[in-house]
Design a protein around this ligand. Structure first.
Ligand SMILES: Nc1ncnc2c1ncn2[C@@H]1O[C@H](COP(=O)(O)OP(=O)(O)OP(=O)(O)O)[C@@H](O)[C@H]1O
Ligand SMILES: [Mg+2]
Length: 288
């Protein structure tokens, strides 16, 4: 752990040239209904972005469950829990996963009842500031539903990707989540991804239906970033605890995620980031 933390510190030293600093884009990945594929999407989308040359940090923002660790067959010693409890610094808790992917693990199941105080959120923010210039993308894989923490991560992010499946229950829960977040903060920018789609038509139809509802009833634009095939390789990769993109790099679901990542990087400028400072500004605004 010490060596890893030291290596990361060195990395920062080399990269803190103010002029050519990266402007980190913060993305929250969330859903109304649980179990729709947020963690698998967060992990594999991150790997896909990294393969396209981006520097990515994935944060398992589900303090109660260690989703990302489990999907990679890893077991991190430290998690977000140790950071907010002031026991470890950001450098201590960043782990390096397969393909060199940087990530911060979620807590263990025992910590399910822990809720973050404002002071702990501030502590998280102060530590995140140290990542200035390090990453192109910081991606939060949130727990399902709207806890106080999830709402804070969402409203502080530059963009929120809502994951749904084509099932009506998943769609109505996604709609309810968007409505609820919008009532807390109407400036949140949402995108939708349809996971477990039978074919292209179903993926596109699902995205269009939900977007027309958010437009009509909430006046919210909901651009789609694409759809991911329902594919039994996903479950196989979860059981093997090897990320889909590594175990079955050319299966239908992997190809859809790679395509989404490629197109995502071509999105217009207006959807780019406000950087670490913008993220912190919004995060701290919420905890006042
Ligand atoms: N594209 C897909 N095709 C087939 N099965 C999938 C697909 N995506 C996800 N799954 C299945 O759904 C399960 C749940 O996925 P995942 O853990 O990513 O969901 P989640 O939304 O993060 O869940 P939670 O709300 O509990 O955090 C996977 O273990 C896998 O079996
Ligand atoms: Mg999950």
């Amino acid at each position: 752990m010490y060596d890893q933390a030291e290596a990361l510190r060195q990395l920062v030293k080399q990269n803190t040239e103010p002029q050519n600093q990266k402007k980190t884009k913060f993305i929250s990945v969330t859903s109304g209904k649980g179990g729709v594929g947020k963690s698998n999407f967060s992990l594999n989308f991150s790997l896909a972005l990294q393969r396209l040359g981006m520097n990515v940090l994935v944060i398992d923002a589900d303090i109660g469950m260690a989703n990302i660790d489990v999907l990679m067959g890893m077991s991190s010693r430290y998690s977000l829990y140790h950071l907010v409890k002031n026991e470890k610094t950001i450098w201590d808790i960043i782990s390096v996963g397969p393909e060199g992917l940087h990530y911060i693990a979620g807590g263990s199941g025992l910590l399910e009842l822990i809720r973050l105080s404002d002071e702990e959120i501030n502590r998280f923010g102060a530590e995140i500031l140290k990542l200035q210039g390090q990453y192109d993308f910081i991606i939060f894989d949130t727990g399902a539903g709207l806890s106080k923490e999830t709402t804070q991560f969402i409203t502080a992010s530059d963009e929120t990707i809502v994951v749904t499946t084509p099932e009506p229950t998943s769609i109505t829960d996604a709609y309810a989540l968007i409505k609820m977040v919008n009532s807390v903060d109407s400036s949140v920018k949402f995108k939708i991804v349809v996971n477990r789609s039978g074919d292209r038509a179903e993926g596109e139809r699902t995205a269009t239906n939900i977007a027309s509802a958010t437009k009509r009833f909430l006046n919210i634009e909901l651009p789609s970033i694409g759809y991911i095939y329902d594919d039994s390789h996903v479950s196989k990769s979860v059981k093997k605890q090897v990320p889909l993109l590594m175990l079955f790099p050319d299966c239908d679901a992997a190809n859809s995620i790679k395509q989404i990542a490629k197109e995502y990087l071509n999105l217009p400028i207006e959807s780019t980031s406000t950087g670490i400072k913008g993220f912190l500004h919004r995060l701290l605004k919420r905890t006042r």
